[in-house]
Ligand binder design. Structure first.
Ligand SMILES: [Zn+2]
Length: 183
């Protein structure tokens, strides 16, 4: 009988530990779904204005990766699936990035890892841009200038404007690259 309070304390801790993260994860999933839907809407609006390849990105493969989570890859070879992973700790690469991808594919799968900063920081528009950007890495590899140029091209083609990325563009030395921002 004497251990009843301890038992209840333990149950409360279990409930706190097991049940509280679930709504937070559900929120993150909803946020990610919203960002994906926004990125898809922007891409689909841009699609009629895009060539079959833009900055070396296979546009059909990009579309499949974004909308289906699976694409036939001339870049990596074979069929590649995209696995989205929500991380709840800002450790490792999540200490530096809002999102990152694990490339090249392993066993036919590329992980798109979404970090706490992706969910905590900034507006939906920034999350949408992050998805558009990371999906370039998924399809076409790690070149930062290509990813920025392609994402800006998609935004520009969709509604005539793109998110200013000048500081990041310069920081990555993209003025010297083969890629260009719109305008
Ligand atoms: Zn990048």
């Amino acid at each position: 009988m004497n251990n009843k309070p301890a038992e209840w304390a333990m149950k409360a801790a279990l409930v706190a530990g097991l049940l509280l993260p679930a709504p937070a994860l559900a929120d993150d999933k909803a946020t990610l779904e919203r960002a994906l839907a926004a990125a898809i809407a922007t891409f689909e609006a841009a699609l009629p204005h895009l060539d079959t390849s833009e900055f070396g990105v296979d546009v059909a493969a990009y579309r499949d990766a974004l909308t289906l989570g699976r694409f036939s890859s001339g870049h990596w070879g074979g069929t590649v699936s995209v696995a989205t992973v929500i991380r709840d700790g800002a450790t490792g690469s999540c200490g530096r990035f809002a999102a990152f991808v694990r490339i090249p594919p392993e066993n036919g799968s590329v992980s798109l890892v979404l970090c706490p900063q992706f969910f905590a920081d900034g507006a939906d528009a920034l999350r949408e841009l992050t998805v558009l950007h990371e999906m370039v890495h998924v399809v076409a590899g790690g070149d930062e200038c290509r990813a920025m140029a392609f994402a800006a091209r998609v935004q520009q083609a969709a509604d005539g404007r793109f998110t200013p990325v000048g500081a990041y563009w310069s920081a990555n030395g993209c003025e010297e690259s083969a890629f260009r921002l719109p305008g």
